[in-house]
Design a binder for this molecule. Structure first.
Ligand code: ATP
Length: 334
C-alpha cells in the first residue's frame, strides 16, 4: 500500500507520501470511484501495541467519528487489516498553517479569519465533550480554499476521562502552546487549556513568533506560568485585550470561549459563524447513532489485533513525553 500506484481495497490509489508522525505515515490517494483526493493515515498495528498506544488510536478514531464540522478534518472510513489500520480522511491540500507562519506574520484580516475558524471548531469540540489538548499551528491544516481544518486528535480527551473532580489529569501537548495549569501537572479543565493554546496560536499568527519562548525549557515554563509576554506594537488594542483575557495563568479567570466569540475583533465576519451553526445543527442529528456504531467498530478493530488481548492496555492513560522546544522562535512539533 505504501508505494505510489498501490491500491487499497480496490478503492483508493496512492499517489504521494505526505509525511510521517510518531506512529503513522500519511499518504495522499485518490478515490477511484469519485476521483476525490483523500489522505490515508497508515498505522502499524505492531508499533501501536508495542508502544502501548492502543488507547490513543482508539480515542483518535472515536473522536474523529464524532466530529463532523467544516473546520475539522473529516474521517471518511476506517479500514482495519491484519497488520495495519488505515484511516481514510479528508485531504487538506494547503498543508499546515505552521508553514505560513514560518514565512512571517500574517495580515490582521487573514489572522482574524483563521482564528475565527479555529475558535468555532474548538467550541464545536467542547460542546461534544472533546478536548483537543494539542492545538498548535502544525495541527491546523488548510484545504485548497484556505479553509482551516483542525487535525490530529491523537492526544484529545473525551469528557468521560474526567475524574470525580470533573477535571483531566494527564499532562500532554507541546510545551510552548500548553496552559500553565497543565505544565504544572495540576488537574485541569480541558476547555480552558484549549482556549489558552488558541491564544498562543493567535499571537503566533499576528506576530510570526511565539509569546513565550526560551531555549531553556524550565525558563520557558516559568514565563508561561507567569504569563510573561510582550505584544508587538502593531497589535491592535482589541487584540491585546483579547490576549490578556485568554493568556491569564489563572484558569478560573481566563476568558470563556463564548466571550471570545463576543469580542468585536473575533466577531467580525459573523456570516461565517452563522454558516457553521447551521452545519452544527445538522451534525446533532444521529449523534448517538454515530457513537454506537463507532463502539462496535472499535471492538472489531481491537479483535483483529493479532489475537492479543488488549483489554489491559485500554485501561492505561496516555502519557506523552514532551521534549524541549529546540529552535529559536517557532519550534516544530515535539
Ligand atoms: P504526530 O501525530 O506524531 O504528532 P504529525 O502531526 O506530524 O505528528 P500525522 O498527523 O501522522 O503526524 O501527519 C503526518 C504528516 O501528514 C504531517 O505533515 C501532516 O501535515 C500531514 N497530514 C496529516 N493529515 C493530513 C490531511 N488530512 N491532509 C493533508 N496532509 C495531512
Amino acid at each position: 500500500m505504501e508505494k505510489k500506484g498501490a491500491v487499497l481495497m480496490e478503492k483508493y490509489e496512492v499517489d504521494k507520501f505526505l509525511g510521517q508522525g510518531a506512529f503513522a505515515k500519511v499518504f495522499r490517494a485518490r478515490n477511484l470511484e469519485t476521483k476525490k483526493r483523500v489522505a490515508i493515515k497508515v498505522i502499524s498495528r505492531e508499533k501501536v501495541v508495542k508502544d502501548g498506544l492502543v488507547n490513543q488510536i482508539k480515542r483518535e478514531i472515536t473522536v474523529m467519528r464524532m466530529l463532523k464540522h467544516p473546520n475539522i478534518v473529516q474521517l471518511y472510513e476506517v479500514i482495519p487489516s491484519r497488520n495495519k489500520i488505515y484511516l481514510v480522511m479528508e485531504y487538506a491540500k494547503g498543508g499546515e498553517l505552521f508553514r505560513k507562519i514560518l514565512k512571517g506574520k500574517l495580515e490582521e484580516e487573514v489572522a482574524r479569519n483563521y482564528f475565527q475558524q479555529l475558535i468555532t471548531a474548538v467550541d464545536f469540540c467542547h460542546r461534544r465533550g472533546v478536548y483537543h489538548r494539542d492545538l498548535k499551528p502544525e495541527n491546523l491544516l488548510l484545504d485548497e480554499n484556505g479553509v482551516l481544518k483542525v487535525s490530529d486528535f491523537g492526544l484529545s480527551a473525551l469528557a468521560e476521562s474526567k475524574r470525580q473532580d470533573g477535571l483531566l489529569h494527564t499532562s500532554c501537548g507541546t510545551p510552548c502552546y500548553t496552559a500553565p495549569e497543565v505544565l504544572c501537572r495540576k488537574a485541569y479543565d480541558g476547555v480552558k487549556a484549549d482556549i489558552w493554546s488558541c491564544g498562543v496560536i493567535l499571537f503566533a499568527l499576528l506576530a510570526g513568533e511565539l509569546p513565550f519562548y526560551d531555549p531553556n525549557q524550565t525558563l520557558m515554563c516559568r514565563k508561561i506560568c507567569a504569563a510573561e509576554y510582550i505584544c508587538p506594537s502593531w497589535f491592535p488594542d482589541e487584540v491585546k485585550s483579547l490576549l490578556s483575557g485568554i493568556l491569564n495563568p489563572d484558569p478560573d479567570k481566563r476568558i470563556l470561549i463564548s466571550e471570545v466569540m463576543e469580542t468585536c475583533w473575533s466577531r467580525d465576519g459573523l456570516n461565517y459563524i452563522t454558516t457553521i451553526t447551521e452545519v452544527e445543527l445538522d451534525a446533532d442529528v444521529g449523534f448517538d447513532d454515530r457513537v454506537n456504531s463507532e463502539n462496535k467498530e472499535l471492538v472489531d478493530i481491537t479483535s483483529l489485533s493479532s489475537g492479543l488481548d488488549l483489554s489491559g492496555l485500554f485501561k492505561h492513560c496516555l502519557v506523552r513525553i514532551v521534549s524541549a522546544c529546540s529552535s529559536s522562535k517557532l519550534p516544530t512539533t515535539v
